[in-house]
Design a protein around this ligand. Structure first.
Ligand code: SF4
Length: 87
């Protein structure tokens, strides 16, 4: 228990959104509106960094992003924990 806070501090969670593949179904924004929003026919990650055609964002907590990623019909939401792919 003593190191759990340290582990949380060291844990790196990351969202990568493959924006060109997004079909704008709105599922991610409906499930996790604190991290996702719709703009026209695409979803976007709030306060993300654009790298090429992808949006990247580091997270402190997963929230409902795993459920959002699993709901994506074209699998264009990728989640990583310490570099290991979760979804
Ligand atoms: S669930 Fe996937 S396809 Fe649907 S809006 Fe979100 S990122 Fe785009």
């Amino acid at each position: 228990m003593r190191f759990s806070g340290l582990w949380l501090f060291l844990m790196v969670l990351k969202i990568v959104h493959d924006e060109p593949a997004c079909i704008g179904c709105g599922s991610c924004a409906a499930i996790e509106p604190s991290h996702w929003f719709m703009d026209g026919d695409k979803a976007h990650v709030r306060d993300s960094k654009k790298i090429g055609e992808e949006e990247h964002k580091e997270l402190k907590q997963l929230g409902n992003n795993k459920e959002a990623a699993e709901s994506c019909p074209v699998n264009c939401i990728h989640l990583f924990e310490n570099g290991k792919k979760l979804v």
